[in-house]
Write a protein that binds this ligand. Structure first.
Ligand code: PLP
Length: 436
């Protein structure tokens, strides 16, 4: 008796979506009876004539859209005593490791080196053997990278009896999973009112399966595919299809369901993901940012109801976001420093040092005035200042100035800049204070 039989038996065990009681974790994978949520975005997209709904695939049990395809692909795969091997930028690997663990099957996951460290850690945490490949997210030759490695494992004489791969790039069950679940869920959840569907290209299972299903319901629905603007990108899970060697274009892609292909830069993708988190409170991965960016462009000149797939959430990309956020903080600091430089000739800026008089006496920024944050009369003194001028506030590292800028905004000051990182960061950049 191989794994196939025991797996079927396990999958048939009872569960109840209403009570949310299950006999194994795989039963939580989304389906029309148990759909992932659709959430309307009102703040990042104030356009009432083009409503955007995000389909939050993070609500699958292993955290991404890939949970849907994994159990589908494993069904019917005659694994026997072999190890399952699969190339993945992380999400398929994580879903596969979880489902395989629940079935007692060993897995090897080949990943491109360029995926975030968090995903590699989670894969190892799950007990998967992680094979890191030295390639970009979009390798240019089929023999290269994660796909090439798994291809070799399942085809070469020495290893082919030991490994089997679901091969998400060529497996029609990848498309089927979306045709049978994601597509019908969207149709039901929008009561047949979907006009646009936006998704990224990766294996192309999502866009082909959902696109095909939606077009069958209503051929007028527009299917828009999103790809990185360069093959050298930081959007794991996504692929640039345009210009790709035909041998590397996923075999399951059905171009006939795609109405338009739009490219997005890493910068626009990350900026949109961060803006979504800050405006609508939804923490998504960078590829959601890319897809949503395109939908927001459409919102400017179209009407209708759009569904945007959100493949996963922000947490697995913390290290990637960290780099972007640090660059953002550096930019804000540089803006403040430019104000100080300009102030040498421009008298309109008032620089306030909110540290203690002792700290101020030990060195401060040229032309700054000192108002002690800890003084009883601090707020009254602020209130007496000319509110029409531009202010730059600083302290030692940025905490007192941060609160001061909030107080000043409450007091209706027109323009207040808070110098992030304070005088410590300013001096570290090579500037000196006065009075040292
Ligand atoms: C994180 C992530 N995984 C996967 C995909 C691609 O999905 P598929 O492989 O179904 O094309 C995307 C597409 O944007 C994605 O963002």
């Amino acid at each position: 008796m191989g794994h196939t039989h025991s797996k079927t038996k396990m999958m048939n065990q009872e569960f109840d979506h209403k009570l949310r009681v299950y006999s194994n974790i795989t039963q939580l994978i989304a389906s029309p009876q148990n759909p992932t949520p659709l959430v309307r975005l009102d703040r990042i997209n104030p356009n009432k004539d083009f409503q955007i709904y995000l389909k939050l695939e993070r609500y699958n049990p292993f955290g991404s859209v890939k949970d849907r395809i994994v159990s589908e692909m494993l069904k019917g795969l005659e694994i026997g005593s072999r190890t399952v091997a699969e190339p993945s930028s992380g999400n398929t690997g994580i879903a596969l490791a979880c489902v395989a663990n629940a079935l007692g099957i060993p897995v090897h996951i080949a990943v491109p080196g360029g995926i975030p460290e968090e995903k590699k850690v989670i894969l190892r945490f799950l007990g998967a053997r992680v094979r890191e490949c030295d390639d970009a997210l979009c390798p240019l030759f089929p023999t290269e990278g994660a796909r090439g490695l798994v291809d070799t494992l399942v085809k070469s004489a020495a290893t082919k009896d030991s490994f089997i791969s679901p091969n998400q790039y060529e497996n029609e069950k990848n498309v089927q999973a979306h045709y049978q679940t994601t597509g019908p869920e969207i149709w039901q959840q929008t009561k047949g009112k979907t006009n646009y569907f936006f998704a990224g290209f990766g294996t192309c299972g999502t866009i082909t399966g959902v696109g095909r299903y939606l077009k069958e319901q209503n051929p007028e629905i527009r299917i828009i595919g999103v790809e990185p603007s360069s093959p050298d990108h930081k959007l794991p899970g996504m692929k640039r299809i345009t210009g790709l060697d035909e041998e590397l274009v996923p075999k399951i892609l059905d171009r006939s369901v795609i109405d338009n292909t739009v490219e997005v830069t890493d910068e626009d993708a990350y900026r949109t993901a961060i803006e979504l988190a800050r405006k609508d409170g939804i923490p998504v991965g960078p590829t959601t940012g890319a897809i949503l960016y395109v939908a927001l462009q459409y919102a400017r000149s179209n009407r209708g109801l759009a569904v945007v797939i959100s493949p996963d959430d922000a947490f697995k990309y913390a290290s990637f976001y960290k780099d972007v956020l640090e660059a953002e903080a550096r930019e804000i600091r540089e803006e403040a420093y430019a104000l100080i430089d300009d102030n040498k000739s421009n008298q309109n800026l008032v620089i306030i040092d909110v540290r203690t008089p002792e700290e101020y006496a030990n060195g401060h920024i040229e032309k700054s005035i000192n108002l002690d944050y800890h003084s009883e009369t601090f707020k009254d003194e602020l209130d007496k200042l000319d509110k029409s001028k531009t202010y730059l506030v600083y302290c030692r590292t940025g905490d007192r100035s941060g609160i001061t800028s909030v107080i000043m905004k409450e007091l209706s000051f027109a323009e207040v800049y808070d110098m992030l990182g304070g005088i410590v960061a300013w001096e570290a950049r090579g500037n000196g204070g006065e009075g040292k």
